[in-house]
Design a binder for this molecule. Structure first.
Ligand code: FE2
Ligand code: FE2
Length: 140
């Protein structure tokens, strides 16, 4: 799924984090397929979601700090896109918490699809836009 020419921002630490996020969310969709006990699935999804939300937030903060450090001129607009994603994830979490166990698999599949699409659009459309600035500053 990952191809440097489509997704690389040209900074190794960020590319590694982006790759990690991709595989985490693609695995979410796949790893729940083989669990048939709704109750066990509900517990597992709570843990997985918290873990993945943690990865996402850690990445967003890291990226924002790097952009701030190197004075990326469109930092505020970029941060707003991150904030929107965090709101979206918080809404999904509420939805997951409120759902009956037998509905959780379908919600988790939606989250996994939503995140895959978000990551593709955001990395290609927004993250790659800061690549030239960071490279000009000598960040590798
Ligand atoms: Fe970003
Ligand atoms: Fe990013």
């Amino acid at each position: 799924m990952w191809r440097d020419e489509e997704f690389s921002v040209g900074v190794a630490s960020l590319d590694e984090q982006h790759k990690g996020l991709f595989s985490a969310f693609m695995n979410l969709g796949q790893s729940i397929e083989n669990v048939y006990d709704d109750k066990a699935l509900g517990v597992m999804l709570n843990l997985l979601f918290i873990q993945m939300e943690g990865y996402v937030k850690t990445h967003l903060r890291y990226e924002e700090l790097l952009l701030e450090k190197w004075s990326f001129p469109e930092l505020e607009a970029h941060k707003q896109k991150h904030d929107l994603l965090e709101n979206e994830l918080a809404a999904y979490k509420k939805c997951l918490d409120a759902a009956e166990d037998e509905q959780k698999k379908a919600i988790a599949q939606q989250i996994s699809l939503f995140m895959e699409r978000w990551l593709i659009n955001h990395i290609q459309g927004d993250d790659r836009a800061y690549g030239p600035h960071l490279r000009k500053m000598g960040v590798v």
